[in-house]
Design a protein around this ligand. Structure first.
Ligand code: PLP
Length: 223
C-alpha cells in the first residue's frame, strides 16, 4: 500500500537538504495515510476539498494538512478550521476569502502563491505580471489581511521528458522567489518556501532549490 523503502530514502534526503516532503494522498485510502503516519510522517497533501475534510475527520489531529489543488473561493470555509498550508493561491480574491475565513476561526493561515511556469496552458497559476500585481496589492493592503501569511511560491513544471525544460522552469520560480525574499518580503522571516517537485521531477527540483516536495505516486503507488 505504501513504498516504505522510498519513504525512508526521501525522508533522509529531505533531512539533509532541509526540505519538507508533503505526501500527496489524493484518491488514496485513509489506511495508506495511517501507514505513513505510523512511520512518523506528518505532512500530507490533498487536492479535493471534500476528500480532505473527510480524511481530516478520521485521522490524528497532529497531521499537517496541505491543500495543493486549485481552490475555489466558495470552498475555503470548509478547510479554514484546520488547514496547515494552502499551496496554490492564484488570485487576490482568494487571498481575501482565506483571510476572512481564517478570522472566523481566529487563525492565521499560511499560503503560497502559485506561479505558472509550465508551457501547458491548462495548468493553474499566475503569470509574472499577475504575481507582481498580487504582491503589490498585498504590500499596500497587508494591514487589512492579518489572518494570512504569504510564505513563498508554488509551481508545477511542464509534463515532459526534457530535463532542461523542467530545470529552466524551476529556476525561473526560484529566481522569482529569491527576488521577492530580498524585496517585498525582506521584512519577514517566514517567506521561505519554494514548493516545487513531484514524483517525476523531484531530483531536478532539489537541485534547483526546492524546500518542499509534493510526492504522491512514488509513495503510494500510481493513481
Ligand atoms: C497530484 C499532485 C502532486 C503529486 O503528483 P505525483 O506525480 O503523484 O507525485 C503534486 N502536486 C500537485 C499539485 C498535485 O495535484
Amino acid at each position: 500500500m505504501i513504498n516504505q523503502a522510498f519513504w525512508q530514502e526521501i525522508t533522509q534526503i529531505a533531512g539533509e537538504k532541509n526540505t519538507t516532503v508533503v505526501a500527496v494522498s489524493k484518491t488514496k485510502p485513509v489506511a495508506a495515510i495511517q501507514a505513513l503516519y505510523t512511520l512518523g510522517h506528518r505532512d500530507f497533501g490533498e487536492n479535493y476539498v471534500q476528500e480532505l475534510v473527510e480524511k481530516q475527520s478520521l485521522l490524528p489531529d497532529d497531521i499537517r494538512w496541505h491543500y495543493i489543488g486549485h481552490l475555489q473561493t466558495n470552498k475555503v470555509k470548509y478547510i479554514a478550521p484546520f488547514v496547515h498550508l494552502i499551496h496554490a493561491v492564484d488570485s487576490i480574491k482568494l487571498l481575501q476569502e482565506i483571510n476572512k475565513q481564517a478570522a472566523r476561526y481566529n487563525r492565521v493561515i499560511d499560503v503560497l502563491l502559485q506561479l505558472h511556469i509550465a508551457t501547458e496552458t491548462s495548468k493553474f497559476g499566475m503569470n509574472q505580471q499577475e504575481l507582481d500585481a498580487c504582491v503589490c496589492w498585498y504590500q499596500s493592503e497587508k494591514a487589512q489581511v492579518p489572518h494570512i501569511r504569504i510564505c513563498g511560491l508554488m509551481g508545477m513544471a511542464s509534463f515532459t521528458d526534457e530535463d532542461q525544460q523542467v530545470r529552466t522552469e524551476f529556476r525561473q520560480l526560484r529566481t522569482t522567489f529569491l527576488l521577492l525574499q530580498q524585496g517585498a518580503f525582506s521584512d519577514v522571516d517566514y517567506f521561505t518556501v519554494c514548493s516545487i517537485g513531484m514524483s517525476g521531477d523531484y531530483r531536478l527540483a532539489l537541485e534547483e532549490g526546492s524546500t518542499m516536495l509534493r510526492i504522491g505516486s512514488l509513495l503510494f503507488g500510481s493513481r
